[in-house]
Design a protein around this ligand. Structure first.
Ligand SMILES: NC(=O)C1=CN([C@@H]2O[C@H](COP(=O)(O)OP(=O)(O)OC[C@H]3O[C@@H](n4cnc5c(N)ncnc54)[C@H](O)[C@@H]3O)[C@@H](O)[C@H]2O)C=CC1
Ligand SMILES: CC(=O)[C@H](N)C(=O)O
Length: 373
């Protein structure tokens, strides 16, 4: 990799500066080889019309999951409703269908994805389609197809059409031989789930395409994300979302992880803001292409204790799911995100007390919260 970078820098120094004074890619990609899918490297579709003063034209894949709709809302506020297209293979509920552009897109269908990018003049792509850790273990071949083959399609299309590409990674990209407390950006990554393996693959492929073809690839490793108005899609950290729903509904919760299982977590607003911030960060501020981001770490017991402060009758019981427990035991307990904080000013807003108050209020147990306070 450093060899390619050095080579690209050397080639870059040999190139004449563009007369127009316009910005060039940090890596003079076209001189390093052909583009990924047998498309001539000098084909004209690289002439990007998007400039820094225009709003990006955004496509979100896998947009009907836990995170995509919230991301679309945030991006639509910033870039305009019609500039952000949600896509998925599922049928959107009415309120989402009527809230802005939605399109069917299966990321395994390369030609269809390319057509969407071309016809809608997409300039930024947020690639959210994935099978998460627990469902991935239940269907390894589908997880392999969606998380790995799907990523290949996205990488090639993003490269061919000069897109800025965001791919989320996860605490699940680490494994039992990684340092767990804290886990730095760069360390041993030997995950034991197909989900984790596919995310390490995505991190490495994105970085490779950045050096090899100049793809503007950006990646954050998310902790477990906690949201009120969207359901989690089958992960190991799902309990930390479901507990609020149960606490507000009937004051009881059966947890599928042991009380002492400590994992990094983050409120959805922080996660989505980080995603927008890293996409807007000037390329020169990014010393890496994949960053850890962190907010808080807690165990089910600690979370339950915080919920109890608001819902005094709350009861938690434990019925451990061995698959999820084994996964959680191999993941980081604390995340070191000092590089994100240093390079592009990442800062979280929500710690555990704010998270719990916000979640219970959003779940309509405001009356209980007020009573307890
Ligand atoms: N939610 C979390 O706690 C975390 C999420 N992430 C990552 O963030 C991204 C989004 O996560 P969530 O919204 O939670 O996931 P999710 O599981 O809730 O949603 C994934 C979406 O992908 C769609 N999908 C599946 N196969 C597809 C295909 N062939 N073509 C197009 N779409 C397809 C599904 O229909 C679903 O709507 C994922 O890449 C995930 O790995 C990373 C760390 C934590
Ligand atoms: C942390 C994640 O990536 C996700 N929520 C999962 O538990 O699989």
């Amino acid at each position: 990799m450093p060899v390619i970078r050095t080579l690209s820098q050397a080639v870059g120094r040999m190139l004449p500066k563009p007369a127009c004074g316009c910005r060039t890619s940090a890596v003079p990609v076209r001189f390093l080889g052909s583009s990924p899918r047998q498309i001539p490297a000098d084909a004209n579709f690289h002439s990007i019309t998007f400039s820094e003063t225009d709003h990006p034209r955004v496509l979100i894949t896998g947009g009907l999951g836990q995170l995509g709709v919230g991301l679309a809302n945030l991006l639509r506020k910033r870039f305009g409703k019609d500039n952000v297209i949600l896509s998925d293979i599922r049928k959107p509920p009415n309120h989402i269908f009527h809230s802005g552009p939605f399109i069917y897109s299966d990321i395994l269908d390369y030609k269809n994805l390319r057509e969407i990018v071309v016809n809608n003049r997409i300039t930024w792509l947020f690639h959210y389609s994935a099978l998460l850790s627990a469902v991935g273990e239940a269907n390894v071949s589908l997880a392999r197809a969606v998380n790995i083959t799907g990523l290949h399609n996205v990488l090639d299309i993003a490269t061919e059409h000069g897109l800025r590409l965001f791919v989320p990674s996860t605490i699940g990209a680490f494994g039992p031989t990684s340092p767990r407390d804290p886990t730095p950006d760069l360390c041993i990554q030997r995950p034991r789930t197909i989900y984790g393996v596919s995310k390490v693959h995505a991190e490495l492929m994105g970085e490779y395409y950045y050096y090899r073809y100049g793809l503007d690839f950006r990646c954050l490793r998310y902790p477990g994300i906690i949201s009120a108005d969207s359901q989690p899609g089958g992960g190991t950290t799902d309990y930390a979302v479901q507990i609020f729903h149960s606490a507000a509904k009937n004051g009881r919760f059966e947890c599928n992880l042991k009380p002492s299982t400590k994992l990094p977590m983050m409120y959805i607003d922080d996660c989505l803001r980080a995603t927008l911030e890293v996409m807007e960060a000037p390329a020169k501020s990014l010393s890496m292409r994949t960053y850890n981001i962190n907010a808080m770490s807690f165990t089910p017991k600690e979370l339950a204790q915080e919920v109890l402060k608001h819902v005094p009758e709350f009861q938690i019981t434990y019925n451990v799911d061995s698959v999820r427990q084994a996964i959680a035991d191999s993941w980081p307990m604390n995340f070191d995100d000092s590089n994100a904080r240093k390079d592009w000013g990442w800062k979280h807003d929500f710690d555990l007390p704010e998270l719990v108050t916000t979640m219970l209020n959003l779940h309509g147990s405001g009356a209980r919260v007020a009573q307890a306070n």
